[in-house]
Design a protein around this ligand. Structure first.
Ligand code: THU
Length: 161
């Protein structure tokens, strides 16, 4: 018999980053700093990501575009690749993501694209530890998710292979 199912996603909204714990305020500040290294001459949409490791180290990434558009890399994947390359054994506690645009101010939390959600999922799976996802725009509201599973409830799992 057919069954109608639902996913329930819970997350926390903070009206402003100043209400977050100090460490996460710092992580957002680092993600904002990372937008300055973005190479986005085509979209002018600069994304920054800051990965917090269990040992307290913070690794940054930003989007890196290419004239061959599909080659462009998102900030999240740049940051996670850097973290995996520089500290492969260190588990990931959190990732903060933000964006700024020359055209329109980004007033909503920047949410990761589908590809990056899958990559964040793999990082969670690899280290057997949930990664908190902190999303913000240029100012104002901040969303905090406890795990990528809340943003990608049906995920492609390496355990299927
Ligand atoms: N972008 C990211 O860096 N992260 C996302 O999650 C969404 C999109 C980048 C890709 C491209 O360089 C620019 O934002 C505009 O799409």
């Amino acid at each position: 018999m057919k069954e109608n199912l639902k996913f329930e996603i819970s997350y926390t909204a903070y009206p402003d980053s100043s209400e977050l714990p100090e460490l996460y305020q710092q992580l957002i500040a680092k993600a904002k700093q990372a937008t300055n290294d973005s190479y986005a001459p085509y979209s002018n949409f600069k994304v920054g990501a800051a990965v917090l490791l269990n040992n307290g180290e913070i690794i940054l990434g930003s989007n890196q575009e290419n004239a061959s558009y599909p080659l462009g890399l998102c900030a999240e994947r740049t940051a996670l690749s850097a973290a995996a390359s520089l500290a492969s054994n260190e588990k990931i506690k959190a990732i903060a993501i933000t964006a700024k645009s020359a055209k329109n101010p980004v007033l909503q939390p920047a949410a990761p694209c589908g590809i990056c959600r899958q990559v964040i999922f793999e990082a969670e799976n690899k280290h057997h530890q949930n990664i908190e996802i902190i999303l913000t725009g240029e100012q104002g509201i901040v969303y905090v998710f406890k795990s990528i599973k809340d943003l990608l409830p049906l995920h492609f799992d390496a355990n299927f292979l």
